[in-house]
Ligand binder design. Structure first.
Ligand SMILES: [Zn+2]
Length: 328
């Protein structure tokens, strides 16, 4: 159920829409579509008066808060959509899913002396997981993150992140400045509670890497045979407008690699509990002789072995970057 403040906001939104509709109708009387919308708005305002606003008309339970905030006219909870609403929701999901798949970087990209591989598997049609590789200005930029929440709203936030990163990188801004700008944008976007944990980095041809870990799980670095956790150095993006983000800098030699993942891996459940970051480290430690694609498949195989018959509960995204592949 929305909070009192949110309900006031929704009522204000409905009143604004009512007066907009009335003024358009005054100019173009007889538009049956607008008249029907006005009846819907009036009926929603009536429900405020009778105290039934936000309650599903079938089960009288509360309509999901996120959905109401996106569409104040909703009258049914997700379980009790009309056939038309169900089809419309399916169309939204199909479109969002197609949009997301279209944003993924090329598979097994090798460029600027880096060899990469990723695995991206949403649990449902869309995902709040974010994964991108973007060669620009002679360097390879990489991003992996997880937007809080699920469904179309989270996936739209992820597509915004994708576009923002690519435009800001294209402008040649320092990575730190890019992270600060994206954090402010998420805070200012008015989507309260829409935040994202994120790792983004810049890998140069000579093996030097600068990365930022904003509230995300530790990145695992395999350096000359030894593994190390690169812990988060900041809060998730979209939480605090004035947050600052500290870089982690390292130098990878040919054969070294970075491994990034979302909680779909580290929190995968098996009969012995959670997969866990330690197991990710152990796995990466044994991959010194493997190529990037091999590391990703070894990890997936190990996760499946661990989970056994326990079904996955979250989206899983993995990304491996290995230095020293033939320069493209
Ligand atoms: Zn219901």
């Amino acid at each position: 159920m929305p909070t009192t403040v949110e309900l006031d906001y929704l009522q204000g939104q409905l009143e604004q829409r009512k007066s907009r509709l009335e003024s358009v109708l005054a100019r173009t009387p007889g538009d049956s579509n607008l008249e029907a919308l006005l009846r819907e708005v009036d009926s929603a305002l009536d429900r405020f008066d009778t105290g039934t606003y936000g309650l599903c008309e079938t089960c009288h339970d509360t309509v999901e808060r996120d959905r109401l905030l996106a569409d104040p006219l909703l009258r049914y909870c997700l379980d009790h959509l009309t056939d038309g609403e169900r089809q419309a929701l399916q169309r939204d999901l199909d479109l969002a899913s197609e949009l997301q798949r279209g944003l993924l970087p090329p598979a097994d990209l090798s460029i600027h002396a880096w060899e990469t591989s990723y695995h991206y598997a949403p649990l449902g049609p869309v995902s709040g997981d974010y994964c991108d590789l973007y060669p620009c200005h002679g360097q390879l930029f990489f991003m992996l993150g997880d937007v809080a929440g699920k469904g179309v709203a989270a996936s739209m936030c992820m597509t915004q992140l994708h576009a923002l990163f690519r435009s800001l990188i294209g402008m040649g801004l320092p990575l730190e400045e890019i992270v600060v700008q994206i954090n402010r944008f998420l805070c200012d976007s008015g989507l309260a509670g829409r935040y994202a944990t994120l790792v983004c980095g810049r890998a140069a041809q000579d093996g030097s890497v600068e990365l930022f870990n904003a509230g995300h799980l530790p990145v695992i670095a395999l350096e000359r045979g030894g593994v190390r956790r690169l812990e988060s150095t900041g809060v998730p993006l979209g939480m605090f407008r004035d947050a600052t983000f500290a870089p982690v800098r390292l130098h990878l030699y040919p054969g070294d690699l970075l491994f990034l993942y979302t909680d779909g891996l580290s929190e995968a459940a098996g009969k012995d509990g959670e997969y866990g970051v330690d197991r990710v480290m152990q796995l990466v430690a044994g991959q010194a002789a493997n190529c990037a694609a091999g590391v990703v498949s070894a990890c997936l195989e190990d996760m499946r072995r661990f989970a056994g018959a326990t079904p996955g509960l979250d989206d899983v995204t993995l990304l491996a970057l290995r230095h020293g592949a033939a320069a493209a």
